[in-house]
Design a protein around this ligand. Structure first.
Ligand code: NDP
Ligand code: ZN
Length: 180
């Protein structure tokens, strides 16, 4: 879908309500919705993505995984394309964490280009948080482990958006300097 500002704003309002009681894990406890807006902003202004279905799916990318939102709600309000991309980046929460992390590495190369861009934006946002605003109880070792895992996921996402990849690579180089 090329240009649908009303639906994009609807998605922002929907995500803000669904994530309204959630906070990020960083010490400053930012509202959770800041993260999904950061991802959409990265896609539009770094990735230069203009496809509204991808931008809307970026805003909604954690609604099924982290809130009571259902697939059918997303389809009804935002369409099957958006639902498809949100599902592509949704972990199966019935699996143990280590398995979910392994599956993200395995699934990355098989995602659609839109979902690859959303995943790249997600990893940029999370690694920036791990680098600049980590959970208070995370050791340096755990933060490094997260960054290394993020790099492995992103290895499978390459080829979808050169601008986002360059942004990610610069972030990783800066993040690694923090731990030297
Ligand atoms: P979590 O999955 O518990 O937390 C990371 C996720 O939380 C991110 O992917 C992000 O997901 C969300 N998040 C919200 N706020 C922040 C923030 N400020 N900074 C970073 N992430 C944030 O942690 P892990 O990825 O580390 O997963 C657990 C794994 O960690 C286990 O598999 C275990 O192996 C390992 N572990 C390592 C320890 C160590 O000391 N080395 C100790 C304990 C566990 P989203 O985009 O969905 O918001
Ligand atoms: Zn996310």
């Amino acid at each position: 879908m090329k240009n649908d500002l009303p639906k994009f704003l609807h998605a922002i309002s929907f995500a803000a309500k669904r994530h309204s009681t959630q906070k990020r894990k960083g010490a400053d406890e930012q509202p959770y919705v800041n993260h999904v807006l950061e991802v959409a902003n990265l896609l539009a202004n770094v990735g230069k993505i203009e496809d509204f279905d991808i931008l809307i799916a970026a805003v909604l990318h954690d609604t099924i995984e982290d809130t009571a939102t259902t697939e059918s709600e997303i389809t009804k309000l935002f369409g099957a394309e958006v639902r498809g991309m949100v599902l592509e980046v949704t972990d199966d929460k019935s699996l143990p964490k280590a398995r979910r992390k392994e599956l993200q590495i395995q699934h990355a190369p098989h995602l659609s280009d839109g979902a690859k861009c959303i995943k790249l934006g997600d990893k940029i946002s999370n690694i920036r948080d791990v680098s600049e605003n980590p959970p208070a109880d995370w050791s340096a070792e755990r933060r490094i482990e997260y960054i290394n895992w993020g790099e492995r996921v992103v290895d499978g996402l390459r080829g979808a958006n050169a601008n986002l990849e360059t942004h990610f690579d610069n972030l990783i180089a800066a993040a690694k300097q923090n731990f030297q």
